[in-house]
Design a protein around this ligand. Structure first.
Ligand code: HEC
Length: 298
């Protein structure tokens, strides 16, 4: 940096025209100083002669320094030639042969006493930190939340046994009229063999539940069941909105759980050929195939 500005200064003095030309010389001066400025950036292109000149003030400082050290006031090359009297040149301890003794470094400043902490910083340092195990727990929380969200949901019907699913369907759709455990209400009782007396075969009951009172009356007849019960005021809704799986398991619940029937696949099979149940044929087939392979007794 220092060298560069020096060089520019040198150029300026070198290229400055004679102070005689009035307006013309002023124009020259401007033009040349512009070239000099550009030259600063175009240095490699313009190939200025490389001159290293030491400015006067540095020389003066060097001279002062040398004389202060007793090495002779003027530099200029003759300092080395002039023998320096050792008595004045030497600091008391250093060896006589040393040509330029290094001045003793200033004694290191005593270490500053540490600044006292600001009150709130000190308070923060005193405060008890969050223990490491709590940090681990904090990191684990989102993971736990994910596990909770994805593994802890209510089991779907796929995971329930047929009897458990039937109980669920009954509780949701039928218990209001037939009683929570089939004891009867606005609808007739199911429990204690009552439903088995009406429908000795499961297939007939499935059809009844699917069609409801109105559907039965219009598509089958005015009476239903083994005892030819009158389809009364028609209070039994049609449950064709249930899936085939739900229909079969709820009937299974009423027969097996509430009335204690022993499961027999042959009592169910006629539903597979019943044209009135054609809508649910595929689902019924699937369920009955599974029940035939593994009877739904649990
Ligand atoms: C709104 C009330 C109501 C609901 C809900 C209801 N039922 Fe009924 N249920 C009746 C009535 C009323 C009868 C009698 C029908 C008649 O006399 O025409 C009946 C009769 C029956 C019968 C014949 C019983 C017999 O011995 O006569 C069965 C089986 C039956 N319902 C099953 C079901 C099933 C399964 C559900 C649930 C999916 C269900 N019901 C939901 C009112 C209801």
């Amino acid at each position: 940096m220092a060298r560069r500005s020096t060089t520019v200064g040198v150029r300026r003095t070198r290229w400055r025209p004679e102070p005689s030309g009035g307006a013309t010389s002023e124009a020259w001066r401007l033009a040349l100083s512009a070239i000099c400025c550009i030259g600063g950036t175009l240095e490699p292109v313009l190939t200025w002669p490389t001159v290293t000149e030491i400015p006067e003030h540095l020389l003066a400082r060097s001279r002062e320094r040398r004389s202060a050290l007793g090495l002779g006031g003027d530099g200029g090359g003759d300092a080395a030639a002039t023998p320096v009297p050792t008595a004045t040149a030497q600091p008391a301890t250093s060896s006589a042969a040393s040509p330029a003794p290094i001045p003793a470094a200033a004694p290191p400043a005593p270490p500053k006493p540490p600044k006292p902490d600001l009150p709130w910083v000190a308070a923060a340092k005193r405060r008890r930190k969050v223990p490491a195990f709590a940090q681990v727990m904090l990191v684990g929380l989102p993971l736990w939340a994910l596990i909770f969200a994805f593994t802890n949901d209510v089991p779907t019907s796929d995971e329930l046994t047929p009897l458990a699913e039937g109980a669920q369907v009954y509780g949701t759709n039928c218990a209001g009229c037939h009683g929570a455990s089939g004891g009867g209400g606005s609808g007739p009782a199911m429990a204690g063999g009552a439903v088995l007396a009406t429908f000795p075969k499961a297939s007939d009951q499935v059809k009844w539940v699917f069609l409801g009172s109105e559907g039965w009356k219009s598509q089958v007849g005015a009476t239903y069941g083994a005892g030819n019960k009158d389809v009364g005021a028609g209070g039994m809704p049609a449950w064709n909105s249930l899936t085939g799986d739900e229909l079969l398991t709820v009937v299974l619940h009423e027969r097996s759980t509430q009335s204690g029937e022993e499961f027999n696949i042959d009592d169910w099979k006629p539903i597979l050929d019943d044209p009135l149940l054609a809508d649910k044929q595929a689902e019924f087939t699937e369920v009955l195939d599974a029940w035939e392979a593994e009877p739904p007794v649990e």
